[in-house]
Design a protein around this ligand. Structure first.
Ligand code: AHR
Length: 337
């Protein structure tokens, strides 16, 4: 026991243990490939990422690269710069290279049938990350996403409870037009406030999931609504747009979080900083680690042909002022956002 305590207290020894663990993991990967056990370790995977529109997106990219490195996957990364045509080109290039699997975060929901059919014909499993597509689920192996309708619903219910019957004009910043989270988060929120006549969405426009657009659109909402005097709450489909809008609200001479309530989605570190300063009120968490469950599914499939369910659902958790936002910020700030 004493030996163990001394061992754990020594940072030099701790580094040695870490080195040993890494060496052991590499040896396991080597042994797996030597003895023909199929695992993610001997895979080449293409990843078509949307771009870098938000802090959440940056974290998803970082975590996907980390997952690949930890599992010994050769990851071919393609940044689509927000364009579906670039994603389709990337998928075709992955197919031509004969990758073992494809991960894709589809920027919009429609227009995927043809390229997904091409991947299927080439017997390359495709996994959707964080967004869904309007296509037959025969065309992909699984989708790792949250319940995006539920996220909007949670945000809406929070607002219903918070205003407690008081009249409240809401402005909505939507995500990228045609993307599954923008469609679903709008629906979920509208469902939650339906039947609560005190709550009314007075303005709703896309801010394309970016901070800059969020600020710009919020400025126009403020102008149109008597400098913001007619606005009681902002619902933003992601935190980045909310952070941009908070800036616009402050520049208009109002107090975000007090004069205008702010509720959004993602739970990135910056929104916790805003919450700690009293400038935002609530956020719904979306994990950026979509690649972990995706790689587990690929591993199982390669090992013994196990096919995953068509939807691997990640959790959505509501954070409010009651959750010590300053502490959550400290916990999250180094996680790749
Ligand atoms: O698809 C997930 C959404 O895309 C995130 O909520 C948003 O921040 C991102 O850009």
């Amino acid at each position: 026991m004493m030996f163990l305590i001394t061992l754990l207290r020594s940072s030099i020894l701790w580094e040695d243990i870490m080195k040993f663990t890494t060496a052991l993991a590499s040896a396991t990967i080597l042994a797996a490939s030597m003895f023909g056990v199929a695992s993610a370790a001997d895979m080449t995977v293409g990843f078509s990422q949307i771009g870098s529109e938000s802090g959440w997106r940056a974290a998803e990219t970082t975590l996907t690269k980390q997952q690949a490195e930890q599992r010994g996957i050769d990851l071919k990364f393609a940044d689509a710069q927000q364009k579906q045509e670039n994603q389709i080109k990337a998928l075709r290039s992955f197919i031509a290279q004969g990758v073992d699997a494809i991960l894709v975060a589809p920027v919009v929901a429609t227009g995927w049938d043809e390229v997904l059919q091409e991947a299927k014909d080439a017997e390359i499993p495709v996994i959707l990350l964080d967004r869904k597509v309007d296509a037959s689920d025969d065309l992909y192996m699984t989708a790792v996403t949250s319940d995006t309708v539920h996220e909007g619903n949670v945000a809406g219910k929070w607002l219903v409870d918070t205003v407690a019957g008081k009249p409240c004009n809401v402005v909505e910043l939507q995500g990228t037009t045609g993307s599954s989270p923008a469609i679903d988060r709008k629906k979920g929120f509208e469902d939650a406030i339906a039947g609560h006549d005190n709550l009314k969405i007075v303005r709703s426009q896309t801010g394309d999931f970016t901070r800059t657009k969020g600020k710009e659109v919020m400025e126009s909402f403020l102008k149109a609504e008597d400098g913001g005097k007619n606005i009681c709450a902002l619902y933003a489909h992601n935190d980045d747009m909310a952070v941009g809008a908070i800036q616009a609200i402050k520049e208009a001479g109002l107090k975000p979080g007090t004069d205008i309530l702010v509720v959004s989605i993602d739970a990135v570190p910056d929104i916790f900083q805003a919450m700690a300063a009293g400038e935002a009120n609530a956020t719904v968490e979306l994990t950026p680690n979509m690649a972990g469950p995706a790689c587990d599914a690929l591993d199982a499939f390669r090992k013994d042909g196990t096919t995953p369910p068509k939807w691997i659902q990640t959790e959505s958790k509501l954070y409010t002022q009651a959750d010590d936002p300053a502490k959550v910020y400290e916990e999250k700030k180094g996680l790749g956002y």
